[in-house]
Design a protein around this ligand. Sequence first.
Ligand SMILES: [Zn+2]
Ligand SMILES: [Zn+2]
Length: 138
Amino acid sequence: MNCAPHAAPSTGTCARCGAFACAQCFAGTTLCAACRERVAPDALRGEKAVRFARASWAFPLLAILVLGFYAPGTDGTTAAIILCTMCAFGVAFGVAALRTDRGQRTRGVRGHAVVGLILSSVPFVAFLVGVVLAVIGR
Ligand SMILES: [Zn+2]
Ligand SMILES: [Zn+2]
């Protein structure tokens, strides 16, 4: 049998649809040309979601590291601004990861994004608690 797109002798069948595929089809994949095109956008989306998810916890961690090194030299307001800005990025990336991955469930996205969202929301929760305490204490 020949593969349909290249009219070349097949060297096997596609792992997804079972169509005959030639050596050219199988370059770097186990799929036929048609399936590769169909699957590629999803895979790319998954990769993007994984990157967003990692960024979502990398930002709050980085904020903590930065503050750890520089906090002694900075006043409280500067530290709070740095922390909140970086954690806002963390929240944005966590939400972006979950949205990009919606309906796909790429491995490792949900866990990372949830951890990132929790880490990133800590300073905001702390800030809110501080405001509430200040109001109550008055
Ligand atoms: Zn196929
Ligand atoms: Zn082919």
